[in-house]
Design a protein around this ligand. Structure first.
Ligand SMILES: [Zn+2]
Length: 241
């Protein structure tokens, strides 16, 4: 080994490229490739060429409402949907030459162990608390509805097909409970507000630490750093699902 490759090896950095985990409920579309996996792949290839120890990872999200809703629509089990689209993702990535070091899924024993461990450690250290929240409930399918599974009239511009999270006509962000004449996208029936209990992550406890860390990332674009928004939102905690 020459001196320069020796030096290069000594100065090699460890780079983790963690791309978003796609819901396994439909084929990948061009926007996902162009907006997420291709830029991550370019970044990972660049660091590998520089001699850095690079690990590019992601996986299929086999859990959650989008997967169960698709399974219901097709009259099959959620695992059938997840397997079908996980295979499709692997095939797509291979054909596009996206160079993952590991692309797994949320149904592995390892994933269950790690998530349980994180949850229990947060609970033991008092970073989780339980609180009630009012959400829209679809009695005919016996399910609480995520915002995007509700449609109704926008309270600002009266557009009649506003989604529970946003109105595509006036662009405003909405809370599903604000919609006039809400309809469930699962059954087309009118959902009712019901109280439900959730665990919340006490994100505010990490505010100072996170702000300091983000502000130290001078190479990030200002819109990505955006610590002003972190200051404004410091009292807002996050529901864990
Ligand atoms: Zn609107």
């Amino acid at each position: 080994m020459t001196l320069s490759t020796e030096n290069q090896k000594m100065s090699a950095k460890y780079v983790l490229v963690a791309a978003a985990w796609p819901y396994a409920n439909g084929d990948l579309h061009l926007g996902q490739i162009a907006g997420c996996y291709l830029p991550a792949d370019i970044y990972a290839r660049y660091h590998r060429m520089k001699g850095n120890h690079t690990l590019m990872v992601s996986g299929s999200d086999s859990h959650g409402t989008p997967v169960t809703v698709r399974a219901e629509q097709e009259g099959v089990e959620p695992t059938d949907i997840f397997k079908k689209y996980h295979e499709s993702f692997l095939d797509t990535f291979q054909r596009f030459g996206i160079s993952f070091d590991l692309f797994t899924h949320t149904d592995t024993d390892n994933h269950a162990d790690v998530t349980h461990d994180i949850f229990l450690k947060l609970l033991e250290n008092d970073y989780l608390y339980e609180a009630e929240q009012t959400l829209l409930y679809d009695a005919s399918t016996e399910r609480f509805l995520p915002d995007r599974y509700v449609e109704g009239e926008c309270p600002h511009c009266n557009f009649d097909r506003a989604r529970g999270d946003q109105c595509d006509n006036c662009g405003r962000t909405l809370d599903a409970l604000e919609l006039i004449n809400p309809r469930s996208k699962l059954s087309n029936s009118e959902p009712e507000p019901r109280k439900t209990s959730h665990h919340f992550l006490r994100l505010s406890a990490f505010n100072e630490q996170l702000t300091k860390w983000i502000e130290s990332k001078e190479q990030w674009r200002p819109a990505v750093r955006n610590t002003g928004s972190l200051h404004r939102q410091q009292t807002i905690n996050v529901a864990t699902t």
